[in-house]
Every structure is written in C-alpha cells, then in structure tokens.
Ligand binder design. Structure first.
Ligand code: ATP
Length: 284
C-alpha cells in the first residue's frame, strides 16, 4: 500500500520577534499561510523495522538529519510501530529558503504515517509531536492560515487571506535561520509589524490592507548579511508587485499580486537576474 501526501511551502505575511526567552528560543508572533508550491511524498510500508528516505534532489541529507526521517522515527517510537517505511521525497520547495520545506516534509510524514499505519492520532497530538521536531512543524501539520505565537508552535486558526498570486524569488545564497536569530537584536527594531493589523486586514478580506501590513523584523539582519536580498525586494516592488516581503529568515522574497495580467511581467523581469522564481496561488 502506498500513501501520498502534499507538503506545501509556507510564507510569513508578518513576523515579529518579541524577546528572547530564558530557554534560548525567541518569543514570536507570525501570521503564516500556505502557497501552491509543494514537495510530494510517497510512503510505503516495509516489513523490516527500518526507515529509508530517497529523493531526486541531490542536495538534502537522506539520513537521520532529514526531518522526514526524524518524523518517522518519532512516530514509530511513540506508538511502538515495529514495521518500517520507505519515503520518497519529490522536492520542489527550495531548501534553506525561509519556506519551511523541511518542516512541511516532517508534517506530511506525520500525517501520512498516521494513515499508513492506522494509528488514529488526533490533529492536536500530531501538532505536539511536530513541535518536538521544529517550531514551524505544527503549523505545517494543520496548514491553512494561522497566527503562530510562543516559539511558533501555539496556533490560532485564521481565515485565509483574499486570493491573489505570490511570486517567490530565491537568490542562490544559503541563509542559516540559527545565524539570523543569533544576530537579531530586539532593541534595534525601529518598527514592529502588527499581528493585530494583519489579522484585521484578513478578516476584512482587504487585499490592499494585507499588503500594507506585511512586515518581518528579520529582514534587517538578513539584508545586512546579504544586501542583494534587499535589492531583490526593491526590484520586485519596482516591477509592480502590490506588496513585497522576505519570508522567514530568508533569503526568499515574495511579492503579492492581485491582477493576473501583472504576474507574467514581474516573473519575466525577475528571471533576468534570479534563476529560481515561482508564480503560484495562495492555497486557500
Ligand atoms: P524554515 O523556514 O522552517 O527555517 P527553511 O525553508 O529555511 O526552513 P529548510 O528547507 O527546511 O529551511 O532546510 C533547512 C535545513 O534542513 C537544510 O540545511 C537541509 O539540509 C535540512 N533538511 C533536513 N530535512 C530536509 C528536508 N526534508 N527538506 C529540505 N531540507 C531538509
């Protein structure tokens, strides 16, 4: 028997860091939503007690460093599953991009193995298993649109934002989330984005207000490390995107666009100097 799961990428419509906690994590407020750019996972049961990961992507670990492997190991241990699983990851989400590709693969593995092994695990329990693997995993388990607080694992579901296009562009540079958070200083933030403002914009279904409320306090750190990411953001704005923001700790920059007629022009304009560009819909 084979199980298939889609693992979509997330974007942050707003990301604020409130303070560093005594446990070393940062207290955050994020509004996150999913976009129609996804990895595809195929899972099949193995009689032997083993976890095997394969992928067509040559640049991700296939051993216990892979988050899908860690998710499978966790669920096997916690629910005493003696059989094994073969997981093939068909990667489409750029890696280390601020799009939670690894977290979404882990979440899809939890959902898929729950079905494959008929474990009957509730969504809440899948989320708390996910929180053991990474702060973004619980959101990737539930999907949709949500306010994430705590270290990102406390979720309040929200309505989906008004439908629009998201143009994602990723420069060929690696950004380490740990390094960005390590260099972040809350006292250097000039203006905090407002979770309340973004939630209101979404509940009013106002595309214009959603664009106005976009904000990410990590931009300052990543732009200082990689000024070309800031240039990419400015270019996307000049090309006519209605709102532009860096996702997560970067380096992916996304532009929201309401009119389909503008999408091709922005996409083609970006392709001139950025190889990885995607024009996708929000997953609503
Ligand atoms: P986040 O937005 O949650 O910080 P990200 O999009 O910045 O995530 P990922 O694509 O999840 O970053 O990759 C981060 C690291 O995780 C990479 O260095 C990669 O080697 C490792 N990794 C482990 N498992 C996976 C996976 N299934 N897919 C992609 N990367 C993975």
């Amino acid at each position: 028997m084979k199980i298939y799961e889609k693992a979509p990428a997330k974007i942050n419509l707003m990301l604020d860091v409130l303070h560093k906690r005594p446990d070393g994590f940062h207290e955050v407020e994020m509004v996150m939503t999913m976009v129609d750019l996804a990895d595809r996972l195929e899972m099949s049961a193995l009689p032997r007690d083993t976890i095997i990961i394969s992928s067509q992507a040559g640049y991700i670990p296939l051993d216990e460093k892979n988050l899908a492997f860690q998710a499978a190991r966790l669920i096997k241990e916690r629910y005493n599953v003696r059989s094994g699983v073969y997981i093939h990851l068909d990667k489409h989400i750029p890696v280390a991009a601020g799009l939670a590709g690894g977290s979404s693969d882990a979440a899809a593995t939890l959902r898929g193995l729950n079905r494959l092994w008929n474990l009957g695990i509730s969504n809440e329990e899948l989320c708390s298993l996910g929180a053991e693997l990474g702060s973004d995993v619980p959101f990737c388990v539930t999907g949709g649109t949500a306010l994430a607080t705590g270290r990102g694992e406390v979720l309040t579901p929200l309505d989906n934002p008004p439908q629009c296009w998201a143009i994602l562009a990723k420069l060929p540079i690696n950004v380490s989330t740990a390094e960005v958070y390590g260099k972040f200083r809350v006292d250097r933030v000039k203006q905090h984005p407002s979770a309340k403002g973004m939630i209101q914009a979404i509940s009013r279904q106002s595309f214009g207000e959603v664009c106005q409320e976009l904000g990410n306090v990590l931009e300052g750190v990543t732009f200082q490390l990689h000024p070309e990411v800031q240039q990419l953001k400015e270019t996307m704005g000049r090309l006519g995107a209605d709102g532009v923001l860096m996702s997560g700790s970067g380096p992916t920059v996304f532009g929201l666009v309401s009119k389909e007629a503008k999408v091709a022009r922005i996409y083609n304009g970006l392709r001139g100097f950025c190889k990885e560009v995607y024009a996708v819909r929000l997953l609503t």
